[in-house]
Design a binder for this molecule. Structure first.
Ligand SMILES: [Mg+2]
Length: 281
């Protein structure tokens, strides 16, 4: 391997903001790896741009070369400190929505009276976000939403999650191609990186798509059991079990959580790269 496109999720993958502890030198070593000229760094996150910048400042992260934000709906290139939206990715997503603007998509959803818009800072050019009461049958509604949009020529995905602390359902409506996996594959193709020159790191449900894909990937050790079981089963079913490493700790005395897990993935697929970060601490 002469170069590496290293794509990582942020919350509870690179950011040590879960209940488990972070090995003291893990992030320093990660920064040393990211500083290597052979390494291109991408952050892949549900966060929007401002929250990514906040994470970089708060956790003293290296500035990435690319940011896939808003769950895959935005691709940003960072060049000399300037963040630029990748228009090719926008064009790809616009195709899914057959040129419909967000407000038009919103109008097409008018009949779903239980959908209440989330605040403006959670909306994006290719992301409509709503609250949904917990009493609604979310699965049936998501299928209805996708059907309704398909009838107007849009390829859209509706994603449901629950905001447990606030006791409310959350619905995101995105172009069908807007996912972490599609965005990473698009970026790799644009840059001409082959699968064996890539590594993805993640910890949770919205990382499973990439964890089970042909892209070499690592699940950090702090991931919960349900995600670990699901990642192993899905990568096995997809025939990509060899492309998934589950971090367990032990590399350079680190515990495999967060950045240490990412480094463990690098070491697993590219042992020669251990020298790029081993001495940093
Ligand atoms: Mg995460």
């Amino acid at each position: 391997m002469s170069r590496l496109l290293l794509c990582t999720d942020l919350d509870r993958t690179l950011l040590p903001n879960g209940p488990q502890s972070e090995s003291p030198d893990a992030r320093l070593r990660f920064a040393a790896l990211a500083a290597r000229p052979e390494v291109m760094l991408g952050f892949v996150t549900g966060r929007h741009r401002e929250l990514v910048e906040q994470a970089i400042a708060n956790y003293r992260l290296p500035v990435p070369d690319y940011v896939i934000a808003d769950v895959g709906t935005t691709l940003l290139r960072v060049e000399d400190g300037a963040w630029r939206v990748d228009d090719a990715w926008r064009g790809r997503l616009a195709l899914d929505w057959s040129g419909h603007a967000r407000d038009e998509v919103r109008r097409l959803l008018g009949e779903f009276a239980d959908l209440r818009p989330q605040p403006a800072d959670r909306q994006g050019e290719f992301k409509l976000s709503f609250f949904l009461p917990l009493y609604r049958d979310a699965d049936a509604m998501l299928a209805d939403i996708e059907r309704q949009l398909a009838a107007s020529g849009l390829a859209a995905r509706a994603i449901y999650s629950v905001d447990e602390p606030n006791g409310i359902g959350l619905v995101d409506i995105l172009p069908a191609s807007a996912s972490k996996r599609h965005a990473i594959e698009f970026l790799a193709a644009e840059l001409g990186f082959a699968a064996d020159e890539m590594l993805f790191a993640g910890d949770s449900g919205n990382d499973l798509d990439v964890l089970a894909s042909p892209v070499p990937a690592v699940l950090v050790a702090n991931a919960n059991d349900a995600v670990r079981i699901s990642a192993l089963a899905r990568s096995e079913d997809a025939g990509h079990r060899a492309q998934l490493h589950v971090a367990s700790g032990g590399l350079l005395g680190m515990n495999g959580n967060y950045a240490a897990g990412i480094l463990e993935g690098v070491a697993h697929f590219h042992p020669e790269a251990i020298a790029w970060f081993a001495k940093a601490a």
